[in-house]
Design a protein around this ligand. Structure first.
Ligand SMILES: [Zn+2]
Length: 246
């Protein structure tokens, strides 16, 4: 990932605007730090702030246990839910909301929006909004594109639907078959890197799996337990709305 970023950054610096026309689309559409297609929330400017974010739930196999871990440490997190799972497990989605966590839109079926038709994009975003509003009793404001994939009309449609796009600046790589210790190490290093650079951390993790309800996220759960067991001095857990200055 880091190498990829360096290559992309160098390529953009070397080729300038001409490069954007040729090779820039993939960068702008898929790289989480890209702001080319409109503003998104990535992270804050206070290095003590950390937002834990969990995508692809609610998940019957993980989300309940995760809520218990977060409650034990009195930490509020952000959950980007897949609409079809919220429809499948509405009580669990409500538990997340009622525990004070921030719930956001992660589409109905988790497609790669950069390759979807404009009509499909609208259906996915509006459909997830409707499911979450029906389930939680209030509308949602934040949206994370599946796989980080964006395109100008995706962001425009999101804004038309009252959604603020959110990316991330630390990824736990917990969708790969990493051990809990590895995920913990990667997240810890990412947070430390952001602190050195004077910025807050927006940490991408997964309580669910986009392919099926019931994904095994026990390693993510354990990694979060390890992270929260660390000395809390000098850090503060926030939800991503904290960085919404738009
Ligand atoms: Zn996802």
């Amino acid at each position: 990932m880091a190498n990829g970023m360096n290559i992309l950054t160098s390529a953009l610096a070397a080729t300038g605007v001409a490069g954007l026309a040729v090779g820039g689309f993939a960068y702008a559409a898929l790289w989480p730090g890209s702001q080319i297609f409109g503003s998104t929330i990535r992270g804050g400017s206070d290095p003590s702030e950390i937002a834990l974010t969990f995508d692809d739930g609610p998940n019957d196999a993980c989300t309940g246990a995760l809520l218990e871990v977060l409650a034990k440490h009195d930490v509020r997190a952000t959950f980007f839910m897949v609409g079809q799972y919220a429809r499948q497990s509405p009580a669990l989605a409500r538990r997340v909301h009622e525990a004070g966590h921030l719930v956001g839109n992660h589409t109905v079926t988790h497609p790669l929006l950069a390759r979807a038709s404009p009509r499909r994009v609208r259906e996915e975003l509006a459909g997830c909004n409707a499911i979450l509003e029906d389930t939680l009793g209030e509308s949602v404001r934040y949206f994370r594109p599946p796989f980080g994939g964006r395109r100008p009309d995706v962001l425009r449609t999101a804004r038309e639907l009252g959604l603020v796009p959110v990316t991330w600046n630390v990824t736990g790589h917990d969708w790969a078959q990493k051990s809990a210790e590895e995920v913990y190490g990667i997240v810890k290093a990412g947070i430390a890197r952001n602190r050195r650079r004077g910025r807050g951390s927006n940490v991408l993790l997964h309580d669910g799996g986009h392919l099926t309800m019931g994904a095994d996220r026990s390693r993510t759960l354990r990694a979060v337990e390890m992270l929260l067991a660390q000395d809390a001095a000098g850090r503060r857990f926030v939800t991503v709305d904290r960085w919404d200055s738009v």
